[in-house]
Every structure is written in structure tokens, then in C-alpha cells.
Design a protein around this ligand. Structure first.
Ligand SMILES: NC(=O)C1=CN([C@@H]2O[C@H](COP(=O)(O)OP(=O)(O)OC[C@H]3O[C@@H](n4cnc5c(N)ncnc54)[C@H](O)[C@@H]3O)[C@@H](O)[C@H]2O)C=CC1
Ligand SMILES: O=C(O)C(=O)[C@H](O)COP(=O)(O)O
Length: 387
């Protein structure tokens, strides 16, 4: 079989070489001509997979190594008997860790205790519900809005969106982009809701850019710079609004899900889906291919201060400031040279440094540091108690 794949899917040859010939292409500009002879098409979130791309091809199976599927015309695939798979949950931990890195940074900068805060999570699927679990265990009050789940499971445990916005100090958005149906999410966070946020609210979007009205957020930040905005996803990626980027407190180029573990997990899931679709044995396992983390162990033995130790551990694994700085630098440089900004956004993503998830880092503590061990475990770290 002939497999055409986005060049940014890692380990593509390691997983797929046994199954057929592989051709890799830049995902942003894939054309119908380029994929005409493909049997299998493997994409990430930047390729629009629709009639225009697929008509006239012999593609029998499409898979996206991502959670989100808003770039795929599922109806067209279904109508044309083309199989499909995504990679649910593959990078959910990575997004949770992104939010944890943001919150530890802000609690340091703004001098607040996380456990004094109420967080409102919008969209409680793989990402939102893991975040809910992690933050509840850390002592935050967590409110959850998810009308599709509330309808299925009953209202108990879920909040109305506007009540959640009124009660939360921190809001974290994790819905897919949905344009139709009973619960569309396009501009779910609209002008009125953005204006209603109380001063000091932290607003994080690491779901999809179009779920938050970027123009309205820009207006609020320009009129009164009284909320803290954190954007990983933007309207019109990669051609995002540079002015908005300069107004938000933390800006990153859609990399919340970019841990190596999450990306490789996505590749493994689409490999398994292709094997299953074509009735082939699953011979490759991610465990065989996953590289060792560069930083395997740190010692915090002897550090009595729990807060400082937590900050150190989170930053050792993932410090969101690095992504924010890299994005501002790259955009600033391109703007000064009057170069287009879209390619800069894509380059930051293509050349993203290796980032490993919290459980890959072992933290050495002394046996009498049980409280710290407990706290770090709640963040997701592996702990070794000993001398
Ligand atoms: N920034 C990044 O790097 C990443 C972004 N994402 C985005 O995050 C989204 C969520 O990821 P998962 O939790 O894994 O997806 P999921 O499909 O497991 O969960 C989505 C949840 O959103 C809920 N939902 C749907 N419509 C809603 C509405 N109108 N209001 C409130 N909730 C609603 C669903 O009922 C579901 O529980 C993905 O669809 C993707 O677009 C995912 C991974 C990485
Ligand atoms: O999984 C998702 O959904 C995401 O948003 C991915 O992190 C997007 O990554 P790319 O496919 O754009 O590389």
C-alpha cells in the first residue's frame, strides 16, 4: 500500500515502513495531485481533509495523529466509504501539564495559592476530566461545564456556563471546535462573556482558537488590562493576530499537546488503527521506540519548602515561559523585518524542542518528606523516597 503522511508525524517510518511505501509532505499545503495514488492518508491538524483533497484519489483510510478532528470532513469520508481514525487522548496529559505549568507560573508571579482558587473547566473530555482530577486532588475548587455530557449523564456535577464564568477565578477551555448541532462551540466565549469576566480572572484557551472571539478579547485587553489571558490556540492559525499576541500574558504557538510522549502516542494510535482497518498484525510498540528522557532524575532531598520544590519540579519538566519567550522573539524579529508571520508560527511548531511528561521524571526525596512526596505525586511526578 502507498502511505502519504504529514512530514511532522514523528517515527512515521519506524512504525509504517513494514506496511508499504511512505511519502512525507508538508501538511499545510497537501494537494489532491500529491495524494492521488495514496491508499492511506495520515495527517495532523493542519491539513484540511475534504472533497477537494480526496476526490479522484484511491484513499481508503484517513487517520489524524491528533485529538481534534475539526479539519476532517467526516461526512464526506462516511459517504465515500473511507475509513477514519483519530488519536483520542494521545496528548491529553501534555495539555494538562501545560495548564499546570501556566498555573504554577502565575501563582508565583501573581502571588496566589492555587488551592485558594476556583477553576472553571469548559469541556470535560479526555483533557478536561484529567485536569479536573488533577486540580481537585491539589485542593482547588473545580467547576465543570459540559452540556453534551450533562445531557447524557444527568445535570448533577455540571455547571451552567454563565454561572461557571461568574464563580471562577480561573477558566480553562477544552472543547473541540464544533460548528453545528445542539452545542456549537464557535465563539462560545463571545464578547458578552468576555466582558462579564471579573477583574483578575485568568482565562486560558488550549482547545481550539475559534472557540474564543479573539477580537473581543483584544478589545477587553485594550480597554482595561484587568484579566490575565493565556492563549495556546488562536483564530486564523497560522496567520494569528500579532497585536493580540502582544496583549496576552502568556502566548504559545499551539503546542500545549506537544510533549514527545503525546506526539509519539498519536503516531502509535494511528498505526494501530491502520493495522486494524486492513486486518494486519500490530508488530510495533511505542515502548520499543520511545527514547529515554534526557532528564531522568532530580533530587529535592533536603528542600523543606513545598511550594518552591513544586515549582522546581514543574519547571524541570516543562516551563511554559520558554515557549512564550520563543514565540515573542520569533514574531518580533519577523515583524521588524516585515516578514510574514504565518510561517514563523509553523516553524516554531515544526522545530519544537523535546519535552517529556511529568511521570518520566523521578524525584528523589528523603523518607521524612512524605507531605512533599504526596503533593508532587498529585502533580503527576514519580517519587523515590530514600536517603
Ligand atoms: N492545544 C493543543 O495542543 C491541543 C488541543 N486539543 C483540543 O482540545 C479539544 C478537547 O480535547 P479532548 O478533551 O481530548 O477531547 P474530547 O473529545 O475527549 O472531549 C471534548 C469534550 O468537550 C465537550 N463539549 C462539546 N461541546 C461542548 C460545549 N458546547 N460546551 C462544553 N463542552 C462541550 C464534549 O462533550 C467532551 O466531553 C480537542 O478537540 C482539540 O480541539 C487537544 C489536544 C491538544
Ligand atoms: O491533538 C490535537 O487536537 C492538537 O491540537 C494537536 O496538538 C495539534 O497538533 P498538530 O496536528 O497541529 O501538529
Amino acid at each position: 500500500m502507498h502511505i502519504v503522511a504529514d512530514e511532522n508525524i514523528p517515527l512515521i517510518r519506524e512504525f509504517f515502513a513494514e506496511l508499504g511505501s511512505i511519502e512525507t509532505l508538508p501538511g499545510r499545503d497537501m494537494t489532491a495531485d500529491q495524494i492521488r495514488k495514496a491508499d492511506v492518508l495520515l495527517v495532523r491538524s493542519i491539513t484540511r481533509v475534504n472533497r477537494e483533497l480526496l476526490e479522484g484519489s484511491r484513499v481508503k483510510f484517513v487517520a489524524t495523529a491528533t485529538i481534534g478532528c475539526d479539519h476532517i470532513d467526516l461526512e464526506y469520508l462516511n459517504d465515500n466509504n473511507i475509513g477514519f481514525a483519530n488519536a483520542p487522548g494521545c496528548n491529553a496529559n501534555s495539555v494538562v501539564e501545560y495548564v499546570l505549568s501556566v498555573l504554577t507560573l502565575l501563582s508565583d508571579q501573581e502571588a496566589f495559592l492555587m488551592q485558594d482558587k476556583t477553576i472553571g473547566i469548559i469541556g470535560a473530555g479526555n483533557v478536561g476530566s484529567r485536569l479536573q482530577e488533577r486540580l481537585s486532588s491539589l485542593g482547588l475548587k473545580v467547576l465543570v461545564n459540559d452540556p453534551p455530557r450533562a445531557r447524557k449523564e444527568g445535570e448533577a456535577g455540571f455547571s451552567d456556563l454563565d454561572e461557571l464564568l461568574a464563580q471562577s477565578d480561573i477558566i480553562s477551555m477544552h472543547t473541540p471546535l464544533i460548528t453545528e448541532g445542539d452545542y456549537p462551540t464557535v465563539h462560545l466565549m463571545n464578547e458578552k462573556r468576555i466582558q462579564s469576566l471579573k477583574p483578575g480572572t485568568v482565562l486560558i484557551n488550549s482547545g481550539r482558537g475559534d472557540t474564543l472571539d479573539n477580537e473581543a478579547l483584544k478589545r477587553r485587553l485594550m480597554e482595561s488590562d484587568d484579566i490575565i489571558a493565556v492563549l495556546d490556540v488562536w483564530e486564523n492559525e497560522p496567520g494569528i493576530d500579532h497585536e493580540l499576541m502582544e496583549l496576552v500574558d502568556i502566548a504559545t504557538p499551539h503546542i500545549a499537546g506537544y510533549s514527545l510522549d503525546g506526539k509519539l502516542g498519536g503516531t502509535e494510535m494511528v498505526y494501530q488503527a491502520v493495522c486494524q482497518h486492513f486486518g494486519l498484525p500490530v508488530r510495533k510498540k511505542l515502548g520499543q521506540l520511545m527514547p529515554e528522557p534526557a532528564l531522568k532524575k532530580i533530587s529535592l532531598a533536603g528542600h523543606a519548602h513545598r511550594w518552591w520544590s513544586t515549582l522546581t519540579a514543574v519547571r524541570a519538566c516543562y516551563d511554559v515561559r520558554n515557549d512564550d519567550i520563543a514565540m515573542r522573539r520569533a514574531f518580533g524579529k519577523a515583524a521588524r523585518r516585515k516578514q510574514p508571520l504565518g510561517p514563523v508560527f509553523d516553524e516554531l511548531r515544526r522545530d519544537y524542542p523535546v519535552r517529556r511528561e511529568f511521570p518520566t521524571l523521578k524525584i528523589q526525596l528523603k523518607t521524612n518528606q512524605k507531605k512533599l512526596a504526596d503533593r508532587l505525586e498529585r502533580f503527576g511526578f514519580s517519587i523515590r523516597l530514600g536517603k
